[in-house]
Design a protein around this ligand. Structure first.
Ligand code: DP6
Length: 337
């Protein structure tokens, strides 16, 4: 970005992928710095199917105020402290190629792309790990979208949050057979946004403390070992159990929070039926703060898992709204697409 004239417009365009947690982040111990109550781990999905594309630009010819345009619509950023935490006097244009705020990690890809675009614009030397500290303040899960493959967000111990950042546990190339099928049960905005839902859980659920303090730390070590060993049955069992524990703490919140619906539960039953029918674990479901399912499986079981899920859920399920599927070809690293 060589400075030639004061009329110049400086621009940086980048994309960021969606990540889907297999060990869920749910709960903040510090809402200002956005520090989590527990570590989490996710798989970064291919940008071919789901990604945010963001351009950051600045120029002396722009009006003094910052602007953010998401999917063609101007956004109110002055009232959003979390956006301003990642902001400078800039013009940002961002576009998701998937439903926004429907429990498909749009805030993760969105804030990761924003931070990366701004860092690129100013040619900042920070590594993805360092940038994850900034992205975390926009949306917690965003810190995991700055890297590819299998990414852990360590809760950290320091009060200032400087050690609460994301790191790559294994690159996508470590386990190239991994696939994810996204079932868009509903593209509607979720009833209870994650930020609000998780604090209701922190403040009211009796199950919450056990999950955060003893269940998740053990699961983090176990799933990292399963990833290193490419042990799909182990990876799958931990993934499904953690999704279930997370949704159990939502149900245990007061008032209770329901993210899964009848179609989600049909997907859970179907995955267990497939695994029982073949006598081994070949598929794993996980649900974020919404009814949409993500099903992980290995390429060799693609016909069995993706084929069966599409045929059975698509054809027979009453209440199937979305009726479309994203078959992610691969799990790849992020970057400018
Ligand atoms: C269920 O990252 O959206 O998807 O930090 O308040 O923006 P904020 O929350 P957010 O929460 C994601 C919750 C989750 C689990 C996960 O992605 O780990």
């Amino acid at each position: 970005m060589a400075a030639t004239s004061s009329q110049s417009v400086y621009r940086a365009t980048t994309t960021a992928p969606v990540n889907i947690a297999v060990i869920k982040y749910w709960g903040k111990r510090d809402t200002t710095l956005n520090l989590p109550t527990n570590s989490s781990l996710s798989v970064t999905l291919s940008q071919r199917s789901l990604r945010t594309l963001t351009t950051a630009s600045c120029s002396s010819i722009y009006p003094a105020e910052d602007t953010l345009n998401l999917n063609g619509k101007p956004q109110d950023i002055q009232s959003s402290k979390r956006t301003l935490a990642c902001f400078f006097p800039l013009r940002i244009v961002s576009e998701n190629n998937f439903p926004t705020a429907a429990g498909l990690a749009s805030s993760a890809a969105g804030f990761a792309a924003l931070v990366r675009a701004v860092a690129d614009l100013y040619q900042l030397p920070q590594s993805p790990n360092e940038l994850s500290r900034i992205a975390r303040q926009g949306s917690g899960s965003a810190c995991r979208s700055l890297m590819g493959g299998y990414v852990a967000w360590r809760t950290g111990e320091l009060a200032d949050g400087s050690d609460s950042l994301a790191e790559e546990v294994a690159p996508a190339s470590h386990w190239p057979e991994m696939r994810a099928l996204v079932l868009v049960v509903s593209a509607e905005k979720k009833d209870v946004p994650s930020t609000e839902g998780m604090q209701t859980t922190v403040n009211t659920s009796d199950l919450f403390a056990t999950r955060a303090q003893s269940v998740v730390p053990e699961r983090m070590s176990a799933i990292e070992a399963a990833i290193q060993a490419r042990d799909f049955p182990k990876f799958a069992e931990i993934t499904m159990r953690d999704s279930n524990t997370f949704h159990a703490t939502c149900l245990d919140s007061w008032p209770p929070i329901f993210y899964m619906n009848d179609v989600s539960r049909a997907a859970v039953r179907l995955v267990h039926d497939i695994n029982t029918a073949v006598g081994k674990t070949v598929a794993a479901y996980t649900f974020d703060a919404g009814p949409n399912a993500v099903i992980y499986y290995e390429e060799k079981d693609s016909e069995l898992v993706a084929g069966t899920v599409k045929a059975i859920l698509g054809a027979n399920t009453i209440g199937w709204e979305g009726a479309f599927y994203e078959r992610l070809a691969n799990v790849t690293a992020p970057g400018v697409a």
